[in-house]
Write a protein that binds this ligand. Structure first.
Ligand SMILES: Cc1cc2nc3c(=O)[nH]c(=O)nc-3n(C[C@H](O)[C@H](O)[C@H](O)COP(=O)(O)OP(=O)(O)OC[C@H]3O[C@@H](n4cnc5c(N)ncnc54)[C@H](O)[C@@H]3O)c2cc1C
Length: 286
């Protein structure tokens, strides 16, 4: 058995106590713990060696709040609770699809949106749909509260704009959008996605959003592909142009899971399919 380096476990009751527990140690020496499905593996395998783990389980952030149609998801809410909410499925169908495709049911009883976002894995199944839905991250920290769009929060592979002592309190979705999410994996139930495509249409802005994940170090918004789709239900030529743009423009890499060429082709195909599914929504006049 491999020895795991020792750490203190702190279980604060308030955000202020959690921030203080993180702040008193140097960078990387204290780590927040939500579901632990990423963090505890990193500790077990020696990739992270925190001296202190700060559990977030007693903080009042396992919440799902509606303000009209806009949705705020507490960062420590298990993904399974998000997936089980009937309104999420209707108002944010792309989010529902992305969440229910993360790992297994057992995993989703522990894993959280906050943990997925802060981990910022290149093949995260959730970050692309957060980008497509223009989600915003609500942060609390030693310098107070701030809100950052997901596109500015995720900086690179496993790197975010989180500052020392800061925590993600919640993730906010401003408006319901017809949206969808598709992925390709070798083994569906227990594998990392080779390609993820998330698409949404904003009824208020009359614009599309297209995001890809799994293809490059950072999940990315594809603005040219989105513009090619126009301001409403796209015709076949517009969808083709968008798919070609996505295949040409996304920053693809080759790694052990798939080649650049395979990903390039797949992004175009998945984009066409997601747009076709979203274009059936009622917001588009018949
Ligand atoms: C078997 C298996 C299958 C998986 N399948 C998928 C999959 O299909 N798709 C996918 O996208 N991911 C998958 N994952 C990855 C993982 O489950 C997700 O990334 C999960 O959402 C992480 O959430 P968590 O609550 O477990 O995070 P944790 O492990 O608790 O934390 C992850 C990171 O975020 C930090 N953190 C957590 N919460 C906060 C907060 N509120 N504020 C600041 N920092 C915070 C932690 O310090 C840590 O660095 C899988 C993992 C496993 C083990």
């Amino acid at each position: 058995m491999r020895p795991v380096s020792g750490f203190d476990l702190v279980v604060p009751e308030t955000a202020e106590e959690a921030i203080a527990a993180l702040q008193t140690l140097g960078p990387g020496e204290a780590a927040p713990l939500a579901g632990g499905t990423d963090l505890l593996l990193d500790v077990d395998e020696g990739r992270l060696t925190p001296r202190r783990i700060v559990s977030l389980r007693r903080l009042p952030w396992r919440t799902l709040d509606w303000n009209g149609d806009s949705l705020t998801v507490g960062s420590t809410l298990p993904l399974r609770s998000l997936e089980d909410d009937p309104q999420v499925r209707v108002k944010y169908p792309g989010l529902y699809e992305a969440v229910r495709n993360v790992g297994s049911v057992a995993l989703r009883h522990r894993a959280t949106l906050g943990g997925n976002l802060v981990r910022a894995a290149p093949a995260s199944d959730l970050i692309p749909i957060l980008l497509a839905l223009d989600a915003e991250v609500d942060l609390v920290g030693p310098q107070g509260d701030r809100t950052v769009p997901v596109d500015r929060f995720v900086l690179a592979s496993r790197r975010t704009d989180l500052r020392p002592g800061e925590l993600v309190r919640s993730v906010r979705f401003p408006e319901p959008r017809p949206s969808d999410f598709l992925w390709q994996r070798v083994r569906p139930a227990n594998d990392i996605s080779q390609v993820v495509v998330a698409v949404a249409f904003s009824p208020s802005g009359r614009r599309w959003r297209v995001a890809v994940g799994g293809v490059s170090p950072r999940p990315t918004l594809l603005t040219e592909a989105a513009e090619a789709l126009g301001n409403g239900r796209p015709n076949a030529a517009a969808v083709r142009r968008a798919a070609e743009s996505a295949s040409a423009r996304a920053p693809f890499v080759t790694d052990r899971r798939a080649s650049e060429e395979y990903r390039r082709r797949l992004v175009g195909t998945l984009l066409e399919r997601t747009v076709a599914r979203v274009a059936g929504a009622k917001v588009f006049p018949a």
